[in-house]
Design a protein around this ligand. Sequence first.
Ligand code: PMP
Length: 397
Amino acid sequence: LFAAVELAPRDPILGLTEQYNADTRSKKVNLGVGIYYDNEGKIPLLKAVRKAELARVEAAATRGYLPIEGIPGYNQAVQKLLLGDDSALIREGRVLTAQTLGGTGALKIGADFLKRLAPQAKVAISDPSWENHRALFEYAGYEVISYPYYDAATNGLNFDGMIGALESYPAGTVVVLHACCHNPTGVDLSPGQWQRVVEVVKARDLVPFLDIAYQGFGDGIEADAAAVRLFAASGLMVLISSSFSKSFSLYGERVGALTMIAADKDESLRVMSQLKRVIRTNYSNPPTHGGSVVAQILNTPALRAEWEEELAGMRERIRAMRAALVAKLKERGVRRNFDFVLKQRGMFSYSGLTAQQVDRLREEHGIYAVSTGRICVAALNDGNIDAVADGIAAVLS
Ligand code: PMP
């Protein structure tokens, strides 16, 4: 059986890091990653995380199985992060959440759950989107289509194209939307544009699946949840996948959640009972460590305040790097206007560099970026930003 198995292509982004690691030049920079690094170029271990972990070790917590849907205090805290502390939907019992294996796990159990309900539905993702969206939904058995999103001419959003596509979809089409800090472009919708999307999704009877992997990295925890709250208030059935990989710097602990909003409490209980079957047959129940740490932080006021401050620090550092990059390109006489980088949100920027310019950056300057021109702004720091500005100025001249 295995003899006929073909070699699968390498993951493009992980492949880039392998190439970077093999590069022997001393001055090299990897902007191809999807990870937040601090100003020293390290993945931070947040102080709030450290404290919660120490407390957990101290308490000698045992390692029994969690419930299928995970830690109740974690799931409740996730709902409040998404919908606000005083959400009527939560009070009414219309919101259900399961702790998942990262944001990827949330997307996958959401995909599997929907597939059983609506086997013929297609899934629409943005063009471009996080590179795993298409493969994940295809592997779950869907035909995946894409709606226009990025406009290379303006380095911004093709809103008319996006709305036109949504208006053309048949009822029941699952629409995956990046709730904030779009990966890979950094281009987000304005509040007014979100309002319009909600109207179209509602009018066309589409199924919104919001992916929120960077809550707190754009404008703040509350502000970044605006699109989620708009959909939640619309009366639509909504799926939301959360990832805490970046916001808690807990990548390898696989901390995420799938939240759904149902029409009423009874529906919510029925939906949860079916979702639990999907989880049970996939991985049975989630791991204890990351979820306990995040629950402890979110539910302990002092730790929560410390985390919010650290999260704000990460957000502000990224914004400072955006501003510094734009200023340094101007200083170097680059004529192209890069001000769009200041408007983008989150860890990434579609820089507008072509695949050839990206090749030259790598070959001539040891600066690694994705061939689409995506750079990880969160991998810039005071020590590498001048080299990056020099490299970009050189390939543009
Ligand atoms: N969705 C988007 C848009 C992402 O960028 C990512 C991670 N880079 C994920 C989902 C997956 O998150 P996780 O690593 O927690 O599985």
